[in-house]
Design a protein. Structure first.
Lengths: 413, 255
């Protein structure tokens, strides 16, 4: 009987090996170790993680596996270190709920941390109470889509970034929701990457924050009520299209802060109810077209260090101040915009005002110097002063004018 | 008291001034609604007009009303009614009429074409400012014996509060720009009812800009309902103070 069993066993093992070669599906139930399942699996396998709580952290994956959660199984990191650490190609993580990572800046604890990976998909996961949410370094071809990332820290230093990419390229970040982190989306040395339709709100510091990240595009994202709005720096070739920047209130909060950005396009965005819609310094050759600035404190703060930027065909409505600047040098072009404060006339009926518009008014210059003076805004005295300045400009830069202001707003919906 | 108030009100309504004032306000509001494309622009334009016009009309009308009714008041004082009742009936009649004019003149167009919170605030500010400047006018009237002088004082107060005072504050801010000014400016604004009304409106219209202020004190003031309560409360004090003072003088005045 012995030999028969031995033969049977061998053939069974052979059969299993054959099945594994055709990518096996391994089911995991709560209580089982994900790490040992990962170690046993061979590349191409699928790990199906069934619903329940898995109190495990520091799981290392170095193979191309597919991790799929059924009914959002909870991976509880027990407040210790990272939960998943990945260095792999063609890996997919879908439908997991990852909670409670460690809170440490020493190892930048994250729910999922990628090193040196390629072509991975991170899809429809829920991350709660994590230090960093998704953390990528030196990776390419990542698809990060449909994740919900939420932290509830009270102070800025107690939490990391929601989606953090460092030295990555050719990636897609889409349809994610990020809230409560330090920066919603943070990119450094990230190139040729797209961020689309993300909803980033109520983060401690910036909704979107990038540096040295060239050739990226940001389309139809919403950045709302973040501590300091959006800040982007030291980058060229950026496309920002149809994004919404809303309700960023505070003394240093900006719809978007552009510092040393060049050769870029900002098209069709909406800036609504920000303290400052766009603040820019040291930026050049940016095209601003078709944007809507509405109900901002200052629609535009254009520092004198900016040059060769063009503002064409934008709508400026109901802003407290349309524009302010810190110098009298004007190296930018402002033309064909609609300004609701424009009071000129159009005798030749070509829908373009016959007298130029001065977007900087006297009082915005005064408020820039003495912030407490904002208390007197809209008083009769101040209105009189503004009128006089309009007729005889003395303090405002007289070159800062829109030569062809539109009589009616553009219809940008 | 109620009877006196009723007769005083009848008297005002007969004078046609109430009607003209209401129609004027309504015309202004309607034309602004027609010209502007959205509500916050409407409230902005209405505010600009109201901050100037309402105190002016209130001051002038209340003074002339007091002197036109001086004979009636003197007659009433000969009757067995309390002095304070005679005075208050006249005062309330004027305030009620001015408030009604604003409510109808501005309120009807709002009901027709819609209103938002800033427009409602505008109505409230208008009514309060009417009361404040009626108080000033009555005070000026009871303290002088000459109609022209009283109107002069009322107009002076109006110019002072809507123009001169802000000039002083601006000069002050400019001169002391190097010092932390937030509390001082706020305190100075509290000393002017017109400014207070304006600040209440600013909190509705320009909150994005106001939140840009660096000082934590301002931030707290504007972002919480605290600011609203303090500004509103101080405005109430402004409403009571001149009226009360005028009443005291009236009680002791020798006609």
């Amino acid at each position: 009987m012995g030999p028969y069993i031995r033969i049977f066993c061998f053939s069974l093992i052979g059969l299993l090996a054959a099945v594994e070669g055709h990518s096996a599906v391994i089911r995991l139930v709560p209580g089982q170790s994900i790490q040992s399942a990962v170690d046993k699996a061979s590349p191409g396998d699928t790990l199906q993680i069934t619903a329940g709580v898995y109190k495990q952290s520091g799981i290392v994956i170095r193979k191309s596996l597919t991790l799929i959660g059924e009914g959002y199984p909870v991976l509880d990191g027990n407040m210790e270190g990272n939960v998943l650490i990945i260095a792999a190609e063609n890996l997919t993580i879908q439908g997991l709920k990852i909670i409670n990572t460690g809170k440490s800046n020493m190892d930048d604890s994250a729910a999922i941390k990628f090193f040196d990976s390629k072509n991975c998909v991170i899809k429809d996961n829920i991350l709660e109470n994590t230090f960093f949410g998704l953390h990528f370094s030196n990776s390419s071809g990542m698809t990060i889509t449909g994740n919900q990332i939420h932290a509830n820290a009270i102070r800025e230093f107690e939490v990391g970034n929601g989606i953090h990419l460092w030295k990555c390229k050719n990636s897609l970040i889409s349809k994610n929701k990020v809230s409560g982190h330090r920066d919603g989306i943070y990119l450094e040395f990230v190139t040729k990457t797209k961020a689309e339709e993300n909803y980033v709100e109520k983060n401690m510091r910036y909704g979107l924050h990038f540096m040295f990240s060239h050739d990226n595009s940001y389309i139809r994202n919403t950045f709302k009520n973040n501590g300091a709005g959006v800040a982007v720096m030291y980058t060229k070739n950026v496309l920002m299209k149809e994004n919404r920047f809303e309700e960023n209130w505070g003394s240093s909060a900006y719809g978007i802060l552009l510092k040393d950005i060049s050769d870029s396009e900002v098209i069709g965005n909406v800036f609504l109810k920000n303290t400052v819609g766009i603040y820019m310094e040291g930026s050049s050759r940016i095209q601003f077209t078709g944007n809507t600035f509405r109900e901002n404190g200052w629609a535009l703060k254009l520092m004198a260090s900016c040059d060769q930027n063009t503002f064409r065909a934008n709508n400026f409505t109901q802003n407290t101040f349309d524009m302010s600047s810190n110098g009298s040098v004007v190296l930018n072009t402002i033309t064909e915009n609609y300004w609701d404060k424009y009071e000129g006339y159009d005798l030749d009926k070509d829908m373009i005002g016959d007298v130029p518009y001065r977007p900087i008014n006297l009082y915005s210059v005064i408020v820039e110097k003495i912030p407490a003076a904002v208390m007197l805004w809209r008083s009769f005295m101040v209105t009189l002063l503004d009128r006089m300045e309009k007729i005889l400009p003395t303090m405002t830069p007289d070159q800062m004018i829109d030569q062809s202001p539109k009589m009616r707003p553009y219809d940008y919906g | 008291m109620l009877k006196l108030l009723k007769y005083a009100l009848y008297d005002i309504l007969k004078s046609r001034f109430a009607l003209i004032y209401t129609v004027f306000l309504a015309l202004v509001a309607i034309s602004i609604y027609q010209v502007s494309d959205d509500l916050s622009k409407v409230s902005l334009s209405l505010m600009n007009i109201m901050i100037m016009i309402v105190p002016l009309i209130s001051a002038v009308f209340a003074t002339t009303h007091f002197y036109n009714n001086l004979e009636f008041i003197e007659l009433m004082l000969a009757q067995p009614v309390k002095r304070s009742q005679v005075f208050l009936s006249q005062l309330f009649a004027v305030i009620i009429m001015l408030s009604l004019s604003i409510l109808i003149g501005f309120g009807l167009p709002m009901m027709l074409w819609g209103a938002d919170s800033s427009l409602i605030t505008l109505l409230a500010v208008g009514i309060i400012l009417s009361a404040v400047f009626t108080g000033f006018a009555f005070l000026a009237s009871v303290m002088t014996r000459d109609k022209a002088k009283a109107i002069g004082i009322s107009l002076g107060l109006w110019i002072y509060f809507s123009l001169v005072y802000d000039g002083f504050v601006l000069y002050f801010i400019y001169s002391f720009a190097d010092y932390p000014l937030e509390k001082a400016t706020l305190a100075l604004v509290m000393l002017n009812p017109v400014d207070l009304g304006r600040i209440l409106m600013l909190m509705q219209l320009d909150i994005s800009a106001l939140m840009g202020y660096t000082g934590a004190f301002f931030q707290k003031f504007f972002s919480s309902s605290m600011g609203l309560l303090i500004a509103g409360g101080t405005l109430m004090v402004w409403m009571l103070f001149p009226n009360f003072f005028a009443l005291r003088v009236f009680r002791k005045r020798d006609f």
